[in-house]
Design a protein around this ligand. Structure first.
Ligand SMILES: CSC[C@H]1O[C@H](OP(=O)(O)O)[C@H](O)[C@@H]1O
Length: 362
């Protein structure tokens, strides 16, 4: 996608040296477009853990490049690096998926062949993700086009950031929105700010603004009211893990939006690539590990002052503790359907098997 007219992916190998890894520091967006240069796998692990890079497919791709950096430095370190990278964040299954691909590619290779193979596999993962997300856009587009053609415009509500900054390119939930906009449909997006990290207010709004898509940032708690008053035609969100029965782990607050959508008869769609499917898990609420992040992300808020300084302030009474579960699980019964690179299906094992017969048997 483009920033100031220049096309970018969200992660890439530096063309100057052919081995260091470049990516946007998403903790600095939207106030500053800072491009980081990773030179070792520990920096990749830190980038994921600190959420300099975030988004399920993107953290998988960055972890894959982290393995490549590790193999360049010490090709005998594979068994040490894989579990450490996998432990950087527990909920998004894409991390395990990408690291499993690197393990399968590398573990039987002679150590002298591992670096080149790891870079090639990381590039393949990145290319796969970009193309997969483009197809998700194509498969989600008809949902928006039908409403826009019937009503003259379409109002979409989305939660968190599932745009190109959460993937290698295009995004998942935002891909159909970009395609509908580019096709000339009158699209407007309600952007949940998405406390406490404000991925919506900071990242989704930044992306949509850069692409010229009409949008309005709203408090997380406004969504139900908008739905009650006919302001939302459809909800589309991303996900960090979908179970074999169609339960959906996503950013905290997603479940509440799904409840409000169901209560108001509004379609609630979830967009995902194959790398976000976890066939080993059936009951998402019981089995998906939910990341508990530091409470300081709730008590403190970072923003830009009137004179342009980036400052962090405390917004919670001194001495009050804060809890910070980073994800929740929306049961399949509240999901209208899944938008994937292979088409759309109901959020159920039968629906997923219809699109992924190969994955189901693994
Ligand atoms: C396209 S998946 C994006 C998914 O990941 C986000 O979580 P985080 O920002 O903490 O990495 C959020 O759950 C998004 O829906």
């Amino acid at each position: 996608m483009k920033i100031n007219g220049t096309p970018y992916r969200s992660v890439w190998v530096d063309p100057e040296d052919g081995w260091s890894v470049r990516l946007f520091d998403q903790t600095r967006l939207p106030w500053s477009v800072d491009i980081l240069r990773l030179t070792n796998w520990e920096e990749a692990a830190h980038a994921i853990r600190s959420m300099q890079v975030r988004g399920a497919p993107l953290i998988g791709a960055v972890a894959a490049y982290g393995v490549a950096l590790a193999m360049r430095a010490d090709p005998a370190s594979l068994d040490q690096v894989l579990p450490t990278l996998n432990a950087t964040r527990p909920t998004a299954i894409n991390l395990r998926w990408a690291l499993d691909r690197q393990r399968a590619k590398l573990h039987n290779l002679p150590v002298e062949a591992r670096a080149a193979a790891a870079y090639a596999e990381a590039a393949a993962i990145a290319d796969d993700d970009a193309e997969t997300c483009r197809r998700i856009g194509e498969n989600g587009l008809p949902l928006l086009a039908e409403i826009a053609e019937r009503k003259g415009k379409v109002n979409v509500l989305t939660h968190c950031n599932a745009g190109w900054l959460a993937t290698v390119d295009w995004g998942t939930a935002l891909a159909p929105i970009y395609m509908a906009h580019d096709a000339g449909h009158d699209v407007h997006v309600w952007v949940d700010e998405t406390r406490p990290r404000n991925q919506g207010a900071a990242l989704t709004a930044f992306e949509l603004g850069a692409h010229g898509v009409k949008h309005t940032v709203v408090a997380d708690n406004a969504g139900g009211h908008l739905m009650q008053h006919g302001e939302v035609d459809i909800c589309i969100v991303g996900t960090d893990r979908v179970t074999r029965q169609g339960d959906v782990a996503n950013k905290i607050g997603t479940y509440l939006k799904a409840l409000a959508a169901r209560d108001n008869g509004i379609p609630f769609w979830v967009a995902l690539p194959h790398s976000t499917l976890d066939w080993r898990v059936r009951d998402g609420i019981a089995e998906i590990p939910i990341e508990e992040r530091d409470g300081v992300e709730v008590t403190d808020l970072t923003g830009r002052t009137a004179d342009g300084r980036i400052e962090t302030v405390r917004v919670v009474a001194e001495g009050s503790p804060a809890a910070n579960p980073a994800f929740d699980v929306t049961p399949a019964r509240l999901v209208t359907g899944l938008i994937t690179e292979r088409g759309r299906c109901e959020a159920s094992e039968a629906g997923l098997r219809s699109l992924y017969p190969d994955v189901a048997e693994q």
